[in-house]
Design a protein around this ligand. Structure first.
Ligand code: NAD
Ligand code: UDP
Length: 317
């Protein structure tokens, strides 16, 4: 065990892609973990290997409802993250972001817990500043298909800062950029999982638009290290802090790399670009480097190989 002090840490959205990796890491670090989820997009399969651990507890709960538990720290990750999932029931997405934040902040205030918010690069919208530093206020459509998520997450950040100013709460806000790795949901339509599954099945790779739009992909192991460093940083480091990999790729480059690494016979198939799809996205991570001494270490090629191995196994099951 690394820690002498065992903390009681709650992870909302704990059976999801990022949440399950975070629960695993917190247990390795010697903490008691309370994993809270309503199973909307997460799966018990993601935390099955943790169920026998006496320091791990699983609770079915929707964060739009109040929760009364005794914890020292809260990681608030509960929210569908992929466009397909968050647009499925947009009203519920806004409720999860906003009511969820209010409920978790209220809990943090009551038990005097430190609280972390999984915010997103989507708060920058379709950015007009490139790369995006935290000081950029963003370019967000308030009434579009992505708004339930983008504006919901922006409002959650507002609530975190108002609790910080009004109630002296200890807050940490991470603005997460596109992250990939094992336990991504196979059907949530995100680009890395879509391309890998299509390539493994030798099906056409669906490129939306002309494939010139860019994203910067961070491996989940790097991201979780950033979460831990931010949570454990001095109280004055509230964020928002960008966490992501600054290496930027076009979607077409990602498709070609995926075909190469899987040895696939897939061809490229161009489809219309969804509305409000940001044309470019790349984090400026100077603040994370300076305040957290954090930067990603895993190259895309290495991380993709690891993710491809995961999906190969999943498809076999
Ligand atoms: P995910 O969909 O795999 O996980 C989200 C989890 O939250 C799921 O287990 C889901 O069942 C749960 N959930 C949803 N609504 C809930 C509710 N009302 N009450 C309780 N649980 C609820 O997504 P993820 O990729 O693991 O994302 C986790 C967090 O990180 C989200 O808040 C997301 O906005 C943020 N984020 C992720 C990325 C990324 O690239 N993965 C990028 C930016 C931000
Ligand atoms: N995308 C694509 N083909 C797919 C899935 C996604 O070309 O099968 C594109 C999508 O239009 C976007 C980028 O890949 O430009 C990243 O999409 P994702 O949904 O993974 O994340 P986000 O748009 O939220 O960054």
């Amino acid at each position: 065990m690394k820690n002498l002090i065992r903390k009681r840490i709650m992870v909302t959205g704990g059976v999801g892609f990022l949440g399950s990796h975070l629960c695993e890491r917190l247990l390795i670090d010697g903490h008691d973990v309370l994993c809270v989820d309503n199973y909307f997009t997460g799966s018990k399969d993601n935390i099955e290997h943790l169920l026998d651990n006496p320091h791990f507890e699983l609770m079915r709960h929707d964060v739009t409802l109040p929760l009364y538990v005794e914890v020292d720290e809260i990681f608030n990750l509960a929210c569908p993250a992929s466009p397909i999932h968050y647009q499925h029931d947009p009203v519920q997405t806004t409720k999860t972001c906003v009511h969820g934040a209010i409920n978790m902040l209220g809990l943090a205030k009551r038990v005097n817990a430190k609280i972390f918010q999984a915010s997103t690069s989507e708060v920058y919208g379709d950015p007009q500043v490139h790369p995006q530093p935290e000081a950029y206020w963003g370019h967000v459509n308030p009434i579009g298909l992505r708004s339930c998520y983008d504006e919901g997450k922006r409002c959650a950040e507002t609530l975190f800062f108002d609790y910080f100013r009004q109630h002296n709460l200890k807050i940490k806000i991470a603005r997460i950029f596109n992250t990939y790795g094992s336990r991504m949901h196979p059907n949530d339509g995100r680009v890395v999982s879509n391309f890998i599954i299509q390539a493994l099945n030798n099906q056409p790779i669906t490129i939306y638009g002309d494939g010139s739009q860019t994203r910067s992909f961070c491996h989940v192991d790097d991201l979780i290290e950033g979460f831990i460093k931010l949570m454990n940083s001095p109280d004055e480091v509230t964020g928002p802090v960008n966490l992501g990999n600054p290496n930027e790729f076009t979607i077409k480059m990602l498709a070609e790399k995926t075909i190469e690494l899987t040895g696939s016979r897939s061809t490229l198939k161009y489809q219309p670009l969804p509305p409000d799809d940001p044309l470019q996205r790349q984090p400026d991570i100077s603040l994370a480097k300076e305040k957290l001494d954090w930067e990603p270490r895993i190259e895309l090629e290495h991380g993709l190989k690891d993710t491809i191995a995961y999906f190969r196994q999943l498809i076999k099951k």
